[in-house]
Design a protein around this ligand. Structure first.
Ligand SMILES: [Zn+2]
Ligand SMILES: [Zn+2]
Length: 373
């Protein structure tokens, strides 16, 4: 868990902030509630600031600035930069630089800034403890041309203090004197910063450790519906690493992605435009390719067991047949995409069903695998 941590290069400013806020939140918040009770105003302000700052990270820092998954009018940029600073996750410029580096070199021990190969703790928070400054920032030249981004980059600490800590303290004071001020500072300020930060950090740690990989199992990125709940839709991380420029992370109708809904709404209001969306054909191709990959892996594995068992052999034969069938589907969809022929929803649904059947069969074959004694 703690392997390869460079203890000789601790970044004391960031480390102190993370440690002090964490302990202030976990010790101070229960004491506050014990003494002053659960005030709906303080709780409501915690939720409001959690949504405002959390969404500024997912919608602003991540999808708008780091990935340019859509374009936005100035008010959207300004609000996400102000409340993004209040999450205390660095400036949008620094954040985007690290994040672009993560996508480009994912799982690389040296070049991925929060590589999971260095352990869960390092990917979660350890990398910030040991991050050396200043960053090279060579991969964010486009963002450097944006005056608003540069203004926030220069003043993000003071903006963070004003919007993230002073504002909830002031609102609390206006509501209920010093008790309200303390609640605003402790609960909606400090505890909320810690909550938002760890939700973001869990994308780098948990979403690279637990979950499904329906689009590409060659990277550690995973889809987690549970994480999507706490991160406004960012939990569908396997999809995101496969199609990083899509403004959506949860693309299935049943997947929870409030950031996507917010961007869609901003678009309808005329505040966001040029929303980038991966065509359905491309998504299905990735799913078929991944299913084939898994089936082939299972077949190779099964062939290694030289134990004669008619049920297993029949299952292997069936899986080989289904895999072959998927190749046909892959070619058909690929050809249609190349010819720019739109395939019917029915055809795409059919190939999706075929992939699901293959995966089901794969599980059957897996259960027939002889176990080591
Ligand atoms: Zn990632
Ligand atoms: Zn990303």
């Amino acid at each position: 868990m703690f392997k390869n941590i460079p203890f000789d290069r601790v970044n004391w400013t960031s480390s102190s902030f993370l440690v002090i806020t964490f302990f202030t939140a976990v010790i101070g918040t229960p004491i506050y509630f014990y003494h002053f009770g659960f005030d709906p105003f303080i709780i409501g302000m915690f939720i409001a600031f959690f949504i405002a700052t959390g969404m500024s990270i997912t919608l602003g820092y991540h999808r708008l600035f780091a990935h340019k998954a859509f374009k936005a009018k100035k008010p959207v940029k300004l609000i996400t930069l102000l409340f993004g600073a209040a999450a205390f996750e660095d400036s949008a410029l620094d954040w985007s630089s690290d994040h672009r580096q993560h996508h480009k070199h994912v799982d690389d021990e040296h070049d991925d800034p929060y590589s999971i190969t260095k352990g869960f703790f390092y990917a979660h928070i350890g990398w910030i403890f040991f991050k050396l400054y200043p960053r090279p920032l060579a991969n964010v030249n486009d963002l450097k041309k944006d005056p608003l981004v540069m203004w926030q980059h220069r003043h993000h600490q003071i903006i963070g203090l004003l919007v993230g800590l002073a504002l909830p303290t002031l609102l609390g004071a206006l509501y209920n004197g010093w008790v309200g001020a303390l609640g605003g500072f402790l609960v909606s300020g400090v505890a909320r910063v810690v909550a938002v930060q760890h939700c973001t950090f869990l994308i780098n740690s948990l979403c690279h450790t637990l979950g499904n990989r329906p689009y590409d199992s060659r990277t550690s990125a995973r889809d987690s519906w549970l994480m999507a709940i706490f991160t406004f839709g960012e939990g569908y991380h396997n999809y995101h690493h496969s199609f990083q420029h899509d403004y959506r992370n949860g693309v299935k109708p049943w997947q929870l992605d409030p950031t996507k809904w917010a961007i869609w709404t901003l678009n309808k209001l005329g505040l966001a435009y040029d929303l980038k969306k991966v065509p359905e054909e491309k998504i299905i191709l990735a799913e078929l390719r991944e299913t084939q990959r898994q089936a082939e892996k299972q077949l190779t594995e099964s062939k290694r067991w030289n134990i004669s068992c008619p049920t297993r052999e029949a299952a292997m034969e069936k899986l080989a047949e289904l895999t072959e069938r998927l190749s046909e589907g892959y070619s058909e969809i690929e050809q249609a995409a190349a010819d720019k022929v739109a395939l019917s929803r029915k055809t795409l649904a059919y190939w999706r069903e075929q992939a699901a059947e293959t995966l089901e069969h794969l599980t059957v074959l897996e259960s027939l695998q002889p176990r080591m004694a």
